[in-house]
Design a protein around this ligand. Structure first.
Ligand code: NAP
Length: 242
């Protein structure tokens, strides 16, 4: 029986590469989702042209009706979901970099996608993940969400303060820990991933990692065996400080 995997924000960047690498495993049917169905279909076509088992589905993580429709479609067609990768994310640069001056609208917009969207998608799909033998939930976080490293003047990210983005990812980390606690007596594992600084539209052209490397953490957490961690914050197999 093939596993069913669903990835949000997968029409480009790390999400698209995660779809590719999961489909290459061989026994996984990948649902590549995108808020723009045409972009999702085009991205899925590039992967099916590579001989991979991928289809696309519209899913805007900020739109309750879109989330509900996607969950209904997966329920009707498959009756379960083995892997959910909450990959969709935005970084809004609306104002000055100072946290004290960042407009509330930028906080709301960032949290709508990066946190509330992730929560809404997870809540909608959790009943289907519980029907899978050993569900896996991967939440795309960022090292910039590490409060420990943000507070340490000696840390390499101390001077990288993208306030709304960083705080939204700290909240994703906290949500991950709380969900892992709730699911601690189930086979489901939920973890937060830092992909690295990756060459994408978000990461920029000067980022050191290619997407092939950037998708590895999501893929590894999606494929964790029964002995793998839950409620952890991981980059390429190593835990990061919260
Ligand atoms: P990206 O190339 O900008 O891709 C982001 C994806 O999210 C796009 O497919 C985008 O769709 C989608 N998206 C945005 N809002 C959405 C919504 N409301 N509903 C559904 N999809 C939505 O970014 P990336 O670098 O691949 O980032 C992927 C994840 O990794 C993000 O969560 C990001 O925060 C995290 N991350 C990235 C880096 C890095 O260096 N790149 C580092 C740390 C963490 P559209 O094409 O329609 O905009």
């Amino acid at each position: 029986m093939n596993k069913i995997a669903l990835i949000t924000g997968a029409n480009k960047g790390i999400g698209l590469e995660t779809a590719r690498q999961l489909a290459r495993v061989g026994d996984i049917h990948v649902i590549l989702t995108a808020r723009d169905p045409a972009k999702g279909a085009a991205a899925a076509r590039t992967l099916t042209d590579e001989g991979l088992d991928v289809e696309s589905l519209g899913l805007d993580v900020t739109d309750a009706a879109s989330i509900a429709a996607a969950a209904r479609s997966i329920e009707q067609r498959f009756g379960r979901l083995d892997i959910l990768v909450n990959n969709a994310g935005i970084s809004v640069r609306a104002g000055p970099a100072r946290v004290s001056a960042e407009p509330l609208e930028a906080w709301r917009r960032t949290f709508d996608t990066n946190l509330f969207g992730l929560i809404a998608v997870t809540q909608a799909f959790l009943p289907l993940i519980k029907k899978a033998p050993a569900g896996r939930i991967v939440n795309l976080s960022s090292i910039l969400g590490s409060i420990t490293l943000q507070a340490d003047p000696k840390s390499p990210i101390y001077n990288y303060k993208l306030a709304t983005y960083d705080v939204s990812k700290s909240a994703v980390n906290a949500w991950t820990v709380h969900l892992a606690y709730e699911l601690r007596d189930t086979p489901i594992k939920v973890n937060a991933a830092h992909p690295g600084h990756v060459k994408t539209d978000m990461g920029g052209d000067n980022a050191p990692l290619e997407v092939s490397e950037g998708a590895k953490t999501s893929v590894a957490l999606a494929l964790l065996g029964p002995d793998g961690p839950s409620g952890a914050f991981i980059h390429l197999g190593r835990p990061l400080p919260w």
